[in-house]
Write a protein that binds this ligand. Structure first.
Ligand SMILES: Cc1ncc(COP(=O)(O)O)c(C=O)c1O
Length: 389
């Protein structure tokens, strides 16, 4: 057998099943319209740049100013000499905003969940995860020494069964707005269980931070639950248009992570221009509530139109609107047809989503125009003509 035969065969199999993935290269700043590497322009409907801040002039300038002042690389891990003023200021600002004692900034949302869930749960503890939780939540729970089980939103009895039988520390981890379905966790019920069983409740606000709540602190704030959530995870590569992930919670847990979390300790600190950009984004998010209002209104407009076409948008209640197409073939074909008409909406297939639910995951941005949204609706109608159900 040749050295690479196994991998070649696997890729061939993926190709046969319409499951092969490849990166598409963008050659412009992120925005509602992007230029692709071949020079064509596409209206973007699959980015997490929900508030349009990734290319915002003020956010760019904050990064440029920080590069002028601090250079590019941090050149050391956070515990060595890599903690620079923007890291520290961002942590302080995020903890205050989220109403938590302390916060820790990690290089990505992925690293934030890895750090948290591979470090806090110990042998004999119980971790309960929603089946639709992101891979960055599921994977570290699998490798931790704790027992872990899954439930799905609404399966209160299952959740309660495990919580009532557990002897060690109990963790319940959920996303607030689920990344693939755009639906919302039942936070009220989770807080009730957290209180009844003295569990540590962790909420990943990746797709709600900046988009929901009176001060845009997320869905927990919007639903009046922020104080009842022990730990908030806030990835900053989405609505913030920056990068990195915040873990905010009790000081004792943050200090523990600083001392024990390998994804924090053994990596070079994020370039300081990135937390500096995130700080500027935070300022804009707090001072320009019209951005999230527009986001919500535009998402409702598109969702209603898609539902009116008889499409399955699941229980979307956010700016993430899935259009369920079933097989990978169907999802890929519709995505290709949209691309040809000038719209970039990638097909999402298993294992990212459950088998039989391959889809387009349409995501709205506050800076999409009505013309762009109507254009997408028309393009989708055209793409679906003559397609077998
Ligand atoms: C719910 C959730 N948590 C965490 C992450 C990871 O964040 P990052 O992209 O910053 O690594 C994602 C990314 O898609 C996500 O959807």
């Amino acid at each position: 057998m040749q050295k690479f035969t196994y991998y070649q065969q696997e890729l061939k199999d993926l190709t046969k099943q319409d499951m092969l993935r490849a990166c598409r290269c963008v050659d412009s700043a992120q925005g509602p319209v992007v230029r692709m590497a071949d020079g064509s322009e596409k209206v973007l409907f699959c980015s997490n740049n929900y508030l349009g801040l990734a290319g915002d002039e003020r956010v760019r300038q904050a990064a440029i100013d920080a590069i002028e002042r601090y250079g590019v690389g941090a050149a050391a891990a956070r515990l060595v000499s890599g903690t620079m003023r923007p890291h520290a200021e961002l942590e302080e600002a995020m903890a205050a905003w989220l109403g938590k004692e302390a916060a820790l900034y990690l290089p990505s949302g992925w690293a934030a969940n890895q750090a948290l869930l591979s470090t806090l749960p110990q042998k004999g503890d119980l971790v309960m995860l929603d089946k639709m939780d992101h891979a960055s939540i599921i994977d570290p729970a699998k490798v931790s020494m704790a027992d872990f089980h899954t439930y799905r939103k609404g399966q209160t009895e299952r959740l309660e069964g495990y919580l009532s039988g557990a002897a060690g520390q109990k963790f319940v981890v959920t996303e607030s707005v689920f990344s693939m379905d755009g639906d919302r966790a039942d936070l009220k019920e989770l807080v009730r269980l957290r209180n009844a069983y003295d569990a540590i409740l962790v909420v990943d606000e990746a797709h709600s931070i900046g988009c929901f709540g009176a001060t845009a602190a997320g869905l927990c704030e919007e639903e009046g639950m922020l104080a009842d959530v022990d730990i908030v995870v806030a990835p900053l590569g989405k609505a913030f248009g920056a990068s990195g992930g915040i873990v905010a919670g009790p000081k004792v847990l943050i200090d523990y992570l600083v001392n024990k979390a390998r994804p924090f300790i053994y990596t070079t600190a994020t370039p300081p221009a990135i937390p500096a950009a995130a700080l500027k984004a935070l300022e804009i998010i707090q001072s320009e509530p019209e951005r999230r209002k527009q986001l919500t209104e535009k998402a409702a407009y598109l969702r209603n139109a898609l539902k009116g076409m008889g499409l399955d948008t699941k229980d979307s209640r956010s700016q993430i609107i899935p259009v369920i197409l079933g097989t990978p073939q169907r999802a890929v074909e519709v995505s290709h047809k949209l691309y040809e008409q000038g719209y970039l909406v990638v097909a999402i297939r298993p294992p990212t989503v459950p088998p039989g639910t391959a889809r387009l995951r349409i995501s709205m941005q506050a800076d999409h125009t009505t013309e762009q949204i109507d254009g997408l609706i028309a393009a989708l109608k055209a793409a679906l003509v003559g397609m077998p159900a």
